[in-house]
Design a binder for this molecule. Structure first.
Ligand code: SF4
Length: 349
């Protein structure tokens, strides 16, 4: 086999996994309200709790697709998803019971949460309906974290999150917890006490893993006052922090660092964001960008897509360009370009 043919084979396998219609991931925002006001947050909290029509729409969509799927992941996002815990439990229970009818279908549930409401009873109830993978952010040891991950009423959050993490550690719940450890140019060298606590209390338990994430300017109102690293300095800082946390075990499965060539869910045709207002999108960051408003979900599970809005997000599947796959929002065609493309296609047809 020549190198070209081998590369072609690898590309085909990669492409098949990325586009398989046997995979479906729904990133669901059951509410866009949050109990926190993190200083770097980009969300505007203008949309509240998911309405019953959208809840019915998600259930109907899952029901329609179940028979032909091999893999269904419901990924809970927000706002803070546990502000609408009842919706998470309702839809997850429905998905789990449906999946029980199809032996070929692997269903899983995951959640990005601030963990303030993730007490042991809640974690246990969620595990019972298949929500077992968590991503939880910490900004540093207590005094650092409490300055940036602040409750909406201004109160502290670290103590409660940490005690929830310890309670999960002390349980036998079949969960995994990926800690997302934030740093800025100002906090980078203040994280050590947290890293020591994580090493001592959490990492001896294989259910816990961690990765570092440099805070970026994502369009929030406080961007100007947050000191971020340049890309080069960020990479150096990340390496130092990883060495501190994992030492000689950099290759440990508990090092959850995302590889540079990871494919963003927004780049995959089999991943959709369902917002609390029933709008369908691709990206969880560009929530106010009209190009990310790709359609709506009807209460009968029908997806009504806006012509021309879906394909720009998944253009990396054609080119297999690493940067486009890693973040299709970068260089996403403008609304005018999308409209021009549609006109061109109409003329050709
Ligand atoms: S498209 Fe880019 S900004 Fe949006 S979720 Fe993916 S990586 Fe993040």
């Amino acid at each position: 086999m020549t190198v070209e043919i081998l590369q072609q084979h690898i590309d085909n396998v990669k492409r098949a996994k990325l586009i398989s219609d046997k995979y479906l991931e729904l990133i669901i925002l059951p509410t866009e309200q949050c109990n926190f006001r993190c200083v770097y947050c980009y969300e505007d909290f203008s949309i509240g709790r998911m309405k019953s029509e959208t809840i019915s729409g998600i259930k109907a969509l899952i029901e329609k697709r179940c028979a032909t799927l091999s893999y269904l992941n419901l990924s809970w996002f927000g706002g803070e998803p546990l502000v609408a815990k009842d919706i998470v439990l309702d839809i997850s229970e429905y998905a789990m019971s449906l999946a029980g009818n199809y032996s070929h279908l692997h269903y899983s549930g995951s959640m990005t949460t601030n963990a303030y409401f993730l007490d042991i009873n809640t974690a246990s109830a969620l595990a019972n309906v298949g929500v077992t993978h968590y991503q939880i952010s910490l900004d540093g040891p207590m005094e650092i974290h409490n300055k940036s991950r602040i409750r909406a009423d201004g109160k502290n959050t670290f103590e409660r999150i940490w005690s929830n993490l310890l309670a999960i550690r002390d349980s036998l719940l079949p969960v995994s917890v990926l800690l997302r450890l934030h740093f800025t140019a100002d906090t980078f060298d203040l994280l050590d006490p947290l890293l020591e606590d994580i090493k001592r209390e959490l990492l001896p338990d294989p259910r816990f893993s961690a990765f570092f994430k440099g805070i970026e300017h994502l369009g929030g109102p406080n961007d100007a006052s947050i000191k971020v690293f340049s890309e080069t300095d960020k990479a150096k800082a990340m390496k130092i922090l990883e060495d501190k946390l994992f030492g000689d075990n950099l290759k440990s499965p508990q090092n959850g660092a995302v590889p540079d060539n990871a494919v963003c869910y927004a780049a995959r045709p089999n991943s959709l964001v369902i917002r609390a207002n029933g709008k369908v999108g691709k990206c969880t960051v560009a929530l106010t960008d009209e190009r990310n408003d790709i359609g709506t979900l009807a209460s009968d599970g029908k997806l009504n897509l806006i012509p021309g809005r879906f394909s720009p997000w998944v253009r990396g599947i054609e080119t297999l360009d690493i940067d486009t796959l890693a973040c299709p929002l970068v260089l996403l065609p403008t609304s005018d370009e999308i409209a021009a493309n549609l006109r061109k296609k109409a003329v050709t047809v």
